[in-house]
Structures are given as structure tokens and as C-alpha cells.
Ligand binder design. Structure first.
Ligand code: ATP
Ligand code: FE2
Length: 335
């Protein structure tokens, strides 16, 4: 009898449900994005959106997967890190399903899930991972039972840096075109490297100085917007590449895995491919549907954790807003 897991992802602006079998076949991966009318994400507004679409997204996932609820072996959900109201909406749905169906519940760390689905989707076995999104900037690799953090942002995430700059410059998100992708497009028309702060401290990164400087230069209209976008990308992505390369040299891993929304950027991909080549490592870019926040990654990591007995009682399934990647023991890795 095949076994299935339904996973719920609701850490931020997307509400998503994935259904996988225990062999790692993705049978459904339904995503409903909350797009704010203006500005950034307001956690309660996003959670309201999730609450509205939860029933529809779950039933669409069942239809797509051709799986009946009673065939599920477990429910998993993103337990953290993320925005409180969003996480709680997802967790409530997961608890209700697990209780109703009387099956185990597994809480999944969102960042671990990005790495696990990335490995599943690309065939990477033991990579150095660069996870770059609107809320996260992390360089990680597995070492002795845990995914270790080799470098991370000390302030804002690189995606957030690009998004805030784009909004300040009057750019607006369009359907199918995130702000980072609009910056990328403008950057293709840029060629003058504007002096912006490059900030790597040890193995960690800081983007807030770069953001402030770029906004200030935009306001004085001394440079073309295209050149500012080009320069932001060159500086921010060089910082990311430097830290990833050092993690690769230190760990002597043979794979580099790029994931998260910013991972779609062709310039970032080119920079990372260069260092992967120099270190005789395979460069793996996670396909978009599994690089953005998605329910499939929560379902798959739920299966891995469940197979190692990591289920949680409903009454202890509280959400963990600041749950770090390196706090999660991952007994399923490496054997
Ligand atoms: P989390 O931080 O929880 O993973 P998120 O919803 O912010 O969540 P994603 O959906 O993975 O993350 O990524 C969104 C980010 O990716 C946004 O900052 C967006 O601007 C950026 N992005 C998308 N496409 C590109 C691109 N081509 N170049 C640069 N950045 C991009
Ligand atoms: Fe994410």
C-alpha cells in the first residue's frame, strides 16, 4: 500500500499544500500567493488570506494528487521560522486535519525543508546550500547530525534588500514578475559600477548599508536606475558568492545548491557556477516551483522526519517564530 503525506506551508505570504508519496513523488503542490496591494507584507493580512483559501487549496491538492484524505499516513506543517499569524493559521489547519483523520503530526523547519526538497529535486546528496529569499539569507552545510549555518545575514535578507530598493525607486510588483526579477531586468541595461558598501563580516553578511546607500543615490538622481540595479546586484551577489566559496573550501563538499526566490537570478547563478567549477563541484539550481515557498517541501521533510520517529503531539505543536535551521537534528541525512 503506498503511503502519502500532506504538508502545509504558511510561514509568510504564500499558503501552499503539497502531497507526496514516501518515494518522493510529488503528486500535488498547490500555491496561493498573497500579494499586498501596496508596500510589504502585513502578517495579519497575509494570515487572513491564508484563512480564506485554506479549504480550497487543500481540496485542490487532494484532487490533483488523486489521493483521498483517509489514505494519508501523516500531516506535516511549517512550524517555523516565520510570521506568527501566518504560522498559526497553517498550524491550526494541520492540527485539525491530523486530529480529524487520527494520524500523526510532524512539525517541519522551513529552512531545512528548502534544503531537503532542493536535494530531492536536483539529486544533490551533500551540498553547500545558499538559501536566498525575501526573509532568509543562509549558507549552510550538513556536518555531524545538523545542518550548520556557515554564514547568514546580520540584518535584512538579500531579497528584502532588493524589494525595498525597488519599491523606493517606484517599481511595482506585477503578476508573475517579483520585484527582484524587475531589478534583474533593469540591471541587464546597466554597465557603470556605482560605489556601494560591500559588507562581509567574518562569514556573515550585512545588506542594510548597501540598501541605504542605494536609496540615497537614487534620490539624488546622479545615476541611472539601471546602473544602480546593476551595481546592487554586483555587490550583493559578490558578497554571497564570497561566503559560499569559503564554506565550500572549508567543508570540501562537492556540490553547491542554490535555492530561494533570489536563486532565480541569472547573474547570481553565473557567479556561483564559476566558484563551483573552480572547486570541481556540481552546481545545482533548484527549479522555481521547489525553490519558492511550497507545500511539497514541507510534505517531503515531514516524511523524512516521520521515518525517524519525529512526530509531535498536537498539544505540543506550538509554532516557533525564530526556530533556527541549526537547532534541528536531522537523523535522516547521511544514512
Ligand atoms: P521566505 O523568506 O520565507 O523563504 P519569501 O516569500 O520571501 O519567503 P521567496 O518566495 O522564496 O521568499 O522569494 C521571494 C524573493 O525572491 C523576493 O525578494 C523577490 O524579489 C526575489 N526574487 C524573485 N525573483 C528574483 C530574481 N529574478 N532576481 C532576484 N530576486 C528575485
Ligand atoms: Fe522560504
Amino acid at each position: 500500500m503506498p503511503k502519502f503525506c500532506l504538508g502545509i506551508e504558511a510561514t509568510a505570504d504564500d499558503f501552499s499544500v503539497g502531497i507526496l508519496d514516501f518515494n518522493g513523488n510529488v503528486l500535488a503542490n498547490v500555491i496561493s500567493a498573497f500579494i499586498p496591494k501596496m508596500g510589504g507584507i502585513h502578517p495579519r493580512e497575509a494570515a487572513r488570506h491564508h484563512g480564506k483559501v485554506v479549504g480550497q487549496v487543500i481540496s485542490t491538492a487532494f484532487q490533483e494528487a488523486h489521493v483521498k484524505p483517509e489514505k494519508l499516513a501523516l500531516i506535516s506543517f511549517s512550524q517555523g521560522p516565520g510570521l506568527g499569524p501566518c504560522l498559526r493559521t497553517g498550524a491550526t489547519a494541520a492540527r485539525a486535519l491530523a486530529t480529524y483523520l487520527d494520524i500523526p503530526l510532524v512539525g517541519v523547519n522551513h529552512c531545512v525543508a528548502h534544503i531537503e526538497i532542493g536535494k530531492l529535486a536536483t539529486g544533490a546528496k551533500d551540498p553547500v546550500t545558499l538559501y536566498v529569499s525575501g526573509g532568509n539569507t543562509i549558507v549552510s552545510a550538513f556536518e555531524a547530525r545538523y545542518y550548520r549555518v556557515f554564514g547568514e545575514t546580520l540584518d535584512i535578507a538579500v531579497g528584502n534588500c532588493l524589494d525595498i530598493f525597488a519599491r523606493e525607486a517606484g517599481l511595482h510588483q506585477r503578476a508573475g514578475m517579483p520585484l527582484g526579477a524587475i531589478v534583474e531586468k533593469l540591471a541587464e541595461e546597466g554597465n557603470e559600477l556605482v560605489d556601494l558598501p560591500y559588507c562581509v563580516k567574518g562569514m556573515d553578511l550585512s545588506f542594510s548599508g548597501l540598501l541605504t546607500a542605494a536609496i540615497r543615490l537614487f534620490e539624488v538622481r546622479q545615476y541611472r536606475l539601471e546602473d544602480l540595479c546593476f551595481s546592487m546586484q554586483e555587490i550583493a551577489f559578490s558578497m554571497l558568492t564570497e561566503v559560499t566559496e569559503r564554506a565550500l573550501a572549508h567543508t570540501e563538499k562537492r556540490e553547491v545548491l542554490l535555492t530561494g526566490g533570489v536563486g532565480a537570478n541569472k547573474r547570481l547563478q553565473a557567479m556561483l557556477r564559476t566558484i563551483a567549477d573552480e572547486h570541481d563541484s556540481r552546481f545545482c539550481v533548484v527549479p522555481k516551483q521547489y525553490a519558492l515557498d511550497n507545500g511539497a517541501m514541507i510534505a517531503w521533510t515531514g516524511i523524512l522526519a516521520y521515518e525517524h520517529g519525529k512526530i509531535i503531539p498536537v498539544e505540543k505543536s506550538f509554532v516557533r517564530l525564530k526556530w533556527r535551521l541549526d537547532e534541528v537534528e536531522a537523523p535522516w541525512v547521511g544514512g
